[in-house]
Design a binder for this molecule. Sequence first.
Ligand SMILES: Nc1ncnc2c1ncn2[C@@H]1O[C@H](COP(=O)(O)OP(=O)(O)OP(=O)(O)O)[C@@H](O)[C@H]1O
Length: 241
Amino acid sequence: MALIEIIDLAVDYGGNRALQVASMSLEQGTLTGVVGANGAGKSTLVNALANWSRGDPRVTASVKLDGREVSHMTSAERARLGILLVPEGRGVFYNMTVEENIKAVIAPDRNSRCLFDRQRVLSLFPSLGERLGHAGSMLSGGERQMLALARALLAGPRVLLLDEPSIGLAPKVVTSLLATVRQLVNEGLTVLLVEQNVRAAIEVVDSLYLFERGHIVAHGNRDDMKNHPKLLEAYLGEMKK
Ligand SMILES: Nc1ncnc2c1ncn2[C@@H]1O[C@H](COP(=O)(O)OP(=O)(O)OP(=O)(O)O)[C@@H](O)[C@H]1O
């Protein structure tokens, strides 16, 4: 059984359909990528899964976590069950220090699932440990992204929804960040990664969905998608030359 199962998801903004997904699933311990152009519906998808509203969307769907229907639940209830979103813009408190940002995380129930503690998170992101007294506003883009990820890990994710973590980061930082995400998945975490950086994403995902104008237009495992005509044409052409 899939860890996350989505059936008949539709999202409308003021009567305009932004997203329509008949079926999509995330397997436990896998890294699933979602790519597509601006406005394809990628953020709308992860926001709908976490029940985060940006604007006033009308969302209908069946979303199941481990077979349990969660679509009636608030974002806080979903987060408590381990559906955790790291939004585009990163969800870090700018006026609080790294230490305070870390301490502000509401720890999950100790018995509920595999946990990342403070020590483990700081070992994944050593530069955060060196900057515990720095305000969120003083961090580089990469450090802010690490802090956002660290906070989500401390909250006890069963599935992590990452919305464009590479945006604004230098290529080396992107590579290292996505390698860390891959490592976490290899250890059993389930991740949905929204990315505009298709070249970077395709190197780490297990499978990939391509969205266009709110619809899935291609889906497959990484190797098949690397050679998919739609992806080659729009995103990977130069890579193949
Ligand atoms: N708050 C909102 N109010 C009205 N329409 C919205 C709102 N948020 C998104 N949309 C519309 O929904 C569609 C999907 O947008 P979405 O932000 O999910 O795309 P995206 O693939 O994440 O693009 P980007 O990479 O630019 O963030 C677009 O047509 C967008 O204009």
